[in-house]
Design a protein around this ligand. Sequence first.
Ligand code: ADP
Ligand code: MG
Length: 367
Amino acid sequence: PSSHNGSTEDCCVKVAVHVRPLIADERAQGCKDCVTVVQGKPQVQIGTHSFTFDHVYGSTGSPPSAMFEECVAPLVDGLFHGYNATVLAYGQTGSGKTYTMGTGFKDGCQTGIVPLVMNMLFSKIEALKHQTEFQLHVSFIEILKEEVRDLLDSTSVNKSDAANGHTSKATILGKPPIQIRESSNGVITLAGSTDVSVSTFKEMAACLEQGSLSRATGSTNMNNQSSRSHAIFTITLEQMHKLSPVIPEDNSLNGSANEEYLCAKLHLVDLAGSERAKRTGSDGLRFKEGVHINKGLLALGNVISALGDEKKRKEGVHVPYRDSKLTRLLQDSLGGNSRTVMIACISPADINAEETLNTLKYANRAR
Ligand code: ADP
Ligand code: MG
């Protein structure tokens, strides 16, 4: 039996595995559960393979809130100290990425990581607002075929379909494409995408819902676009600490000297399906899309692997952020002072064993 022990202490990238339960569809097909979560250890077994991660969450045992508390809550806390963070859901289509992230948010349903993040953010803000001024912004974009699509752009009509799938909405509307920019101090921004200012849970939830809907309807009859695109919900938290609440009567002190400004962002990423692209399209279009998806996931694997390798980091090895739009966009929130959690989502069904093993190997390499 092969044993992969990727777990290390002190690393800027944490990897968790989430094993969803068998779903009705799999039961109907007579699937058997082929994944074992080892009791009391963050370890999963499939066939003769055994993998150890930072955390493993199975269908039994851990309460649903455990993943949030252990993996995500520390990142939300970090935001209030100015640290950027990224949560990534990786796995084949149907493995539970959208369910786990909560990026399919609709009808006020509040399960999944994004709604839990929102809850925590607003309760912390409520508790701190007497001493700090907060501003929140959200954006919600999708990367498909190495092109960025704004999921919060309510003015756009989605005209792309299988026939002209390579013509972007932006082109149709005569808008310049959304661009990823890097400022001189290394801050990455998106130029041309909607950035919504929100001040309540309800307003933020509306953005999540609108974007989820836009992502769903952007898919066509022929292609399930959402399984081939990366969806990124980004929350930016700006804060102004009022360090010195006592202002002298003569106003001799300049207010700004007594304030501390912090800005940090959290990317919540529902990655494209990790299954290998199959050449099913007659025109090769789909194949090309598959190649692009692999580009993002491949680049992400390389970036995270480079970050996780302490020896490489010390030698100042080049981290290949520029190899894809995905890694370029996440550049200032992966590595450095930022915190990253990758949640590898897997199905326990035996028919998915091969892809599940691929997912575990990818996640293991990320350590
Ligand atoms: P993905 O986004 O990876 O393609 P989904 O999140 O859409 O996968 O999940 C696929 C199916 O599995 C959906 O029907 C979803 O409701 C179900 N599912 C996913 N995770 C769970 C879970 N933890 N418990 C119960 N059902 C789940
Ligand atoms: Mg999904």
